[in-house]
Ligand binder design. Structure first.
Ligand code: PGA
Length: 251
């Protein structure tokens, strides 16, 4: 069985005052008897403070991107070792906003994922189709190509996570229907198992895209949905904990 993972992606939101939300999540965890893993990926500037606030609790802290190189002339970028030292245990790679805003290719994403795993970080590798691609009936072809080229061949050697985030459902309030989610998650699970064997059957596959307290239970009940990657609704501790509670019902 894949572990259930509830992951928050704060994107470019949050100044130091937002650490209060991390503290509120930490304060809310005792007594919530769930087997799900819980993770928040704040902006890089807050990783250290977030990791300190989460210290000793089951809340993990992650980053939103990383450079594949160990060091060097890459102005503005951060290495795996830097993120680990700051307190991150996970890193999102290949989010559609990085692919669109920064021209990241799937080959870039695979290199980042491999570097992350090599330094002990757990990559959350994102895939997802655009609305045009879905309307053209190309969803599964796009997902297949992204999976094949964004997940490095070395992936089964260390833990990794896949997130399915239909681009048209991110930040739009448009949630994919449970049948649409089921079709893609089932496809991803088969693809992972075919390529990697047993490790592919236990890799968590998260859904992301306008997930919130009101729809989390339905989404998390879909076969092969092993958690969520949550943007907007992860910014408030009460909403994020409510989604975590919905995971409890599944685990
Ligand atoms: P959203 O973002 O929950 O705000 O739609 C999800 C994501 O992009 O990870």
């Amino acid at each position: 069985m894949a572990r259930t993972v509830i992951a928050g992606n704060w994107k470019m939101n949050g100044l130091l005052a937002a650490i209060a939300e991390i503290e509120a999540v930490v304060a809310g965890l005792p007594g919530r008897h769930t087997d799900a893993d819980i993770l928040i990926c704040p902006p890089a500037t807050l990783i250290t403070a977030a990791a300190q606030a989460a210290g000793g609790s089951s809340l993990s802290i992650g980053a939103q991107d990383v450079h594949a190189a160990e060091s060097g002339a890459h102005t503005g970028d951060l290495s795996c070792a830097m993120l680990s030292e700051a307190g991150a245990s996970h890193v999102i790679v290949g989010h559609s906003e990085r692919r669109a805003d920064h021209g990241e290719t799937s080959a870039d994403v695979a290199a980042k994922a491999e570097a992350a795993q090599g330094s002990g970080l757990i990559p959350i590798i994102c895939v997802g189709e655009t609305l045009d691609e879905r309307e053209a009936g190309r969803t599964l072809d796009i997902i297949a190509a992204q999976l094949d080229t964004s997940i490095p061949d070395t992936a089964p050697g260390a833990p990794f996570i896949v997130a399915y985030e239909p681009v048209w459902a991110i930040g739009t309030g448009k949630v994919a229907g449970t049948e649409q989610i089921a079709e893609v998650h089932d496809f991803i699970r088969s693809r992972l198992t075919e390529r990697f064997g047993a490790p592919g059957s236990t890799t968590p596959i998260l859904y992301g895209g306008s997930m919130k307290p009101g729809n989390a239970a339905d989404i998390l009940a879909v076969a092969h949905v092993n958690g969520g990657l949550i943007g907007g609704a992860s910014l408030k501790a009460t909403d994020f904990l409510a989604i975590y509670d919905a995971a409890k019902a599944q685990s």
